[in-house]
Design a protein. Structure first.
Length: 196
């Protein structure tokens, strides 16, 4: 009997990338959705993160916590994109984009009244979040909605834990005031009235 030698092919860069990203993809998309408040913008943001991650694949494979690195990259891309939009001469209304409307509702077995209430509540929260700074919106979305820990936020932003906690406290307080304020309702009525 002869010796049988079996060769195992090395994984391709695409296979290596998928192995690293796949466990974190849902968390990335969820965080992007909460930050951008738009499905399409979230998809674009995740795509940008994946492009950056692919460029740093060797480094990413050796990291102990790749999710924290991916979320940090996402946070910085989000903030950079928002700042770029604020400096842009193009009016968002002229582009035809309306990121303020929820694109879908989870219908489940809810009654029509429940769906309307849920839609109105979602709209109120989205309107209130639009009044926050991009950094504040991202911070609340990452911590309170996505469950990113204070330690991970520290790693992402480079800020101390105390600073993160105080920013969260101030942002939550501001969001609470906005939600309890009739200005959010008036903003919604102005938007609806403008379409008539």
């Amino acid at each position: 009997m002869g010796n049988v030698v079996s060769f195992r092919r090395a994984p391709t860069p695409q296979q290596r990338f998928e192995a690293v990203i796949e466990p974190h993809f849902e968390a990335l998309y969820g965080a992007a959705r909460r930050m951008t408040l738009s499905y399409h913008d979230a998809e674009d943001l995740v795509q940008e993160v994946c492009i950056k991650a692919f460029a740093h694949l060797d480094r990413l494979e050796t990291m102990e916590y790749p999710r924290a690195w991916l979320l940090k990259v996402m946070y910085h891309l989000f903030v950079d994109n928002k700042r770029r939009e604020e400096r842009s001469a193009i009016d968002a209304a002229a582009t035809g984009q309306d990121a303020g409307q929820p694109e879908t509702l989870d219908s489940g077995e809810a009654s029509l009244d429940e769906l309307i209430d849920r839609s109105q509540n979602i709209e109120r929260v989205l309107n209130a979040m639009r009044c926050l700074d991009p950094d504040q919106c991202a911070l609340v979305a990452m911590h309170d909605v996505e469950g990113v820990s204070i330690a991970e936020l520290c790693a992402m932003t480079g800020q101390p834990a105390g600073t993160i906690r105080s920013q969260l406290h101030r942002t939550r307080r501001k969001l609470g005031r906005l939600l309890s304020n009739d200005a959010i309702r008036r903003l919604h009525l102005k938007i609806v009235g403008a379409n008539r």
